[in-house]
Design a protein around this ligand. Sequence first.
Ligand SMILES: NC(=O)c1ccc[n+]([C@@H]2O[C@H](COP(=O)([O-])OP(=O)(O)OC[C@H]3O[C@@H](n4cnc5c(N)ncnc54)[C@H](OP(=O)(O)O)[C@@H]3O)[C@@H](O)[C@H]2O)c1
Length: 319
Amino acid sequence: MKAAVVTKYGGPEVIKIIEVEKPTPKPNEVLVRIRAFGVTSGDVRIRSAKFPKGFSVPARLALGISAPRKKILGSEFSGVIEAVGSNVKGFKIGDEVIGIRVFNIYAEYVVVDVDNAILHKPKNLSFEEAAGIPFGASTALYFLNKANISAGQSILVNGASGAVGSNAVQIATAMGANVIGVCSSNNTEFVKRLGATEVIDYKQVSLKDLATKFDVVFDTVGNLKFAEYKHLLNPNGIFLQAVATFGELFAKKDHEDGKKFLTGTAPEKKEDLQVIVDLVEAGKLKPSIDKVFEFKDISQAHEYVETGRKKGSVVVRIA
Ligand SMILES: NC(=O)c1ccc[n+]([C@@H]2O[C@H](COP(=O)([O-])OP(=O)(O)OC[C@H]3O[C@@H](n4cnc5c(N)ncnc54)[C@H](OP(=O)(O)O)[C@@H]3O)[C@@H](O)[C@H]2O)c1
């Protein structure tokens, strides 16, 4: 089968499409013929080895010193089941699926344990749309759950037009929160359509000077520091940080003034994917696909994602 591999850290040009062995499913696995996958900010971080402050050494120790140990990157995908292991229940050959797992996705086929995050694809989504939702939505859900968002709360989403942000705006709205998005002026209308009641253009308004207060601030960009922006929080407010430095992972959670700083790494969980699929099927969560690339153009997809300017998700289609 064809797979896109990364044999050393570097620019988008290090990605090469080569022939590799097609995997065979173990008893609890299905073989998925991939129809589309997302190229995410996470994939770009791994390929380029550009990690948040303090993560360079731990990330290289975990992922590989001069090249990723697992050469086939990727996480979110959609496709069709082509073979099932002997113990598999609930999936059969021909089923259309959606899933998220880290690595081995930039390929024509992947094997996935059915106890992991794989489900039937929502019928109201195309393969391209389905492939562009799990990464941003599961991250957004993980953080919103951490903050225990409840109806009527106010939440400021910084980076509201990105993959994590665009899902956070919709999921928080579905939870009944009042969402205020922060993005550039190009994306104001897009973020309003996602459900934000108000949109702040960060080039016009400095959040440092903003007098409004929120129950939750969700920074999906990584440019807001808790200490400098906690004035944006109501008493007992929660600051969610999707892009923490290594030091911030161990930072104090509870502060004397009752405010909280929460960060972490979103896991790939079947239960979370189920919540996402349910929201999609209920029409409360829609994928935002910025661009679709062909498999042969995967380096261009990486180049585009690396600009940090994408609107929602970028997807690669495999014919
Ligand atoms: N902790 C976790 O488990 C976890 C999981 C997934 C992702 N992440 C991290 O979360 C971050 C965001 O991921 P993503 O996939 O959503 O990225 P993305 O899709 O590339 O989104 C970037 C967005 O940031 C916006 N932006 C750039 N500069 C900004 C600024 N100064 N103020 C406000 N918005 C700004 C851009 O909007 P404009 O073009 O409008 O500026 C763009 O839409 C990445 O660093 C990723 O590594 C963390």
